[in-house]
Write a protein that binds this ligand. Structure first.
Ligand SMILES: C[S@@+](CC[C@H](N)C(=O)[O-])C[C@H]1O[C@@H](n2cnc3c(N)ncnc32)[C@H](O)[C@@H]1O
Length: 308
């Protein structure tokens, strides 16, 4: 491979990640998949077996140039249907090594578990949004669809009291472990609610709870309590409206989706509709695309900043 070929991060980018205390980032991206560095391991996400084999070969060449060597390589099929999602499989490396470990992002530690399911524990495309939360330093933060609570961890590190809600108690337990990894006491000013976000939001509103930052990063499809089906394309507007009810003056709300049918313009339309519905003034902006995510890769995200 001549120097760093198209789609692969450069030596300077790799050095910048190391200098920033980040060892969880993309190494390569294209239309057939991508390669991530997760601490000492690499994970190849591929649409086809052919794409996996090509990325594996190119990774070996990139490693020879960059000087970074993974101790293991995992592979994960990117299926057409969510139902076909499987955990990563070990392609090379010592099968006796533990499948759990940790990564760092901007010096913050997060647990990983390659056996826990399709996702190992940290969504790398949200790095700039986590950094935004940390800079914004909210006093009270609500993290809906919290998964392993990475947004809550950065908010707590900036001094916030946090509420994290997710249907999966297991994910919230991993979130608490992420607090502990960063010397934060998960029982000191933080709540973890294992419940359907669609029920949590009105409950918090009835109690007149207000938050300075709210994260809304729902899945494309969800089956909530009582088997209720929820689909982001149809229900995002209702969700943003319900969320804005809980927003304190000058609050920031992150709206994020992986649904490929929703683009930034759709999120902006939903955000402006919710502002109008609540008769509140606000601005919308996007954080910069992470440098290791080419255009078209990663979630579509938008911040609403309330003016009052
Ligand atoms: C896309 S992940 C969120 C990722 C998270 N924002 C992050 O950056 O780490 C979606 C999460 O939503 C949760 N979930 C799905 N439907 C839900 C519902 N109705 N109520 C609460 N959580 C739900 C899943 O358990 C999963 O953890």
């Amino acid at each position: 491979m001549s120097a760093m070929a198209r789609g692969w991060i450069t030596a300077a980018q790799l050095a910048a990640f190391d200098a920033a205390g980040t060892d969880a980032h993309r190494i390569f991206s294209d239309g057939d998949g991508w390669v991530e560095r997760l601490a000492e391991d690499a994970l190849i996400s591929h649409k086809t077996d052919g794409a996996r084999d090509a990325m594996r070969e190119a990774l070996a060449e990139w490693c020879a140039v960059s000087g970074w060597q993974p101790r293991r390589i995992f592979g994960k099929l990117l299926p057409r249907q969510n139902e076909d999602r499987d955990p990563p499989v070990l392609l090379t490396g010592d099968a006796a090594l533990p499948l759990t470990g940790e990564v760092r992002e901007d010096g913050v530690r997060y647990g990983l578990d390659f056996a826990a399911g399709y996702s190992a524990g940290l969504f790398l495309d949200q790095r700039m949004n986590r950094a935004f939360i940390r800079r914004a330093a909210p006093k009270r933060m609500l993290n809906t669809f919290a998964y392993t609570c990475s947004f809550s961890v950065v908010a707590a590190l900036a001094g916030a009291e946090t509420v994290s809600a997710d249907l999966s108690r297991k994910s919230l337990d991993r979130g608490k472990a992420n607090f502990s990894l960063n010397d934060l006491d998960p029982d000191a000013g933080h709540k973890f609610i294992a419940d359907d976000v669609l029920e949590v939001l009105p409950r918090l509103a009835r109690r007149e709870k207000k938050f300075d930052a709210i994260v809304l990063d729902p899945p494309t499809f969800s089956r909530g309590n009582k088997g209720r089906r929820w689909q982001v394309e149809q229900h995002l507007e209702d969700l943003v409206i319900a969320t804005m009810e809980l927003a304190a003056p000058r609050a920031r709300i992150l709206v994020s989706t992986n649904c490929t049918k929703l683009q930034f313009a759709d999120l902006e339309r939903v955000a402006r509709f919710a502002l109008k519905f609540h008769r509140r003034a606000g601005d919308v902006h996007r954080e910069a695309q992470p440098p290791d995510f080419p255009p078209g890769h990663g979630a579509r995200t938008l911040w609403i900043s309330l003016r009052g």
